[in-house]
Design a binder for this molecule. Structure first.
Ligand code: NDP
Ligand code: KAL
Length: 257
């Protein structure tokens, strides 16, 4: 428990269930005293979230529906947040999507439609929600997104998502420059493999997790709590001098050649 985010209003996008990285983040932010606003796409995620909040004795300030594929949905969600909460101080973006059949085989086989979908949901969404959040961050703020090493290196099966994450990481830097003058920071956590709903059913996950245990300096996989605490750091005043940064929470794996 700390009071790092006492009195701060933070929007969390991307809790699908108890395994979600955004749920690990939620626990860290709650323990730091934040008031939490959530957005979900699917009704199923909304149901899971309300049960999780109840079970963990966390009271949400607000829960709104938001599909980042639609400008109208983003406007509506942030309109409702403005109306009911007013000022926000932080935004957590933990959203990505690509067609499952394009997360295997050769990247060269990626379809035009699949490429654009991955970019739209996994990278452009950060641009659109940062723009919407900026209007509500009148006291300054912090935006944090989630990325993966496949943005920097060719990692088998990550394919079209690797290219979308490269775009996301470049967007972190361009956005950081745009909103820095308003006292708003934009950063990313680059997490090691974590078994979540998204990771389920995609080829190669187990193999990647095993390599971490074998080769990463810390010889163990990371978990949602570790990503949660680093995201908390980025949202708090402790990181006030940092923006446009991609910070690896991966047991040090990225330094190994
Ligand atoms: P989850 O499956 O738990 O979360 C993915 C979330 O994306 C879901 O909540 C889903 O919402 C949301 N989402 C997908 N499409 C849309 C959309 N159109 N509009 C709004 N929300 C949408 O997986 P993770 O927690 O693993 O993923 C969170 C982030 O972490 C992603 O960016 C992922 O790339 C990143 N990451 C994950 C790693 C891992 O190993 N798991 C490693 C490094 C980064 P809904 O369920 O309502 O559709
Ligand atoms: C090299 C790794 C192995 C896995 C390869 C690709 C992983 C891509 C992640 C991407 C987000 C997965 C999907 O989009 C899954 C989607 O097609 C089907 N799933 C769903 O629709 C579920 C129900 C919903 C909740 O999922 C979403 N996303 O909405 C990468 C591993 C080692 C690390 C990972 C998993 C990185 C990452 O970015 O998630």
């Amino acid at each position: 428990m700390s009071n790092l985010l006492q009195g701060k209003n933070i929007v969390v996008m991307g809790v699908a269930n108890e395994r979600s990285i955004a749920w690990g983040i939620t626990k860290s932010l709650h323990n730091a005293g934040a008031n939490l606003i959530f957005t979900n796409r699917q009704e199923r995620s909304y149901q899971k979230l309300t049960k999780l909040l109840e079970k963990n004795d966390i009271k949400a300030t607000l829960i709104v529906s938001c599909d980042v594929a639609s400008d109208e949905s983003i406007d509506k969600a942030f309109g409702e947040i403005k109306e009911k909460v007013g000022v926000i101080h932080g935004l957590v973006h933990a959203i990505a999507f690509a067609n499952r059949d394009e997360l295997k085989g050769e990247y060269a086989d990626t379809s035009r439609e699949g490429f654009l979908l991955a970019q739209e949901i996994s990278a452009y969404s950060l641009v659109s929600v940062t723009r919407a959040a900026k209007e509500l961050m009148t006291e300054g703020g912090s935006v944090v997104t989630q990325t993966y090493l496949g943005a920097e290196r060719v990692i088998k099966n990550y394919n079209v998502m690797g290219v979308a994450k490269a775009s996301l990481e470049a967007s972190v830097k361009y956005l950081a420059e745009d909103v820095g003058k308003y006292g708003i920071r934009v950063n990313a956590v680059s997490a090691g493999p974590i078994r979540t709903l998204s990771a389920k059913g995609v080829s190669g996950f187990n193999e990647k997790a095993e390599i971490i245990e074998e080769k990463a300096p810390l010889r163990q996989n990371v978990d949602q709590e570790q990503v949660g605490d680093t995201t908390l750091f980025f949202l708090s005043e402790l990181s006030r001098g940092i923006t446009g940064e991609i910070l690896h929470v991966d047991s040090g794996y990225h330094i190994i050649g």
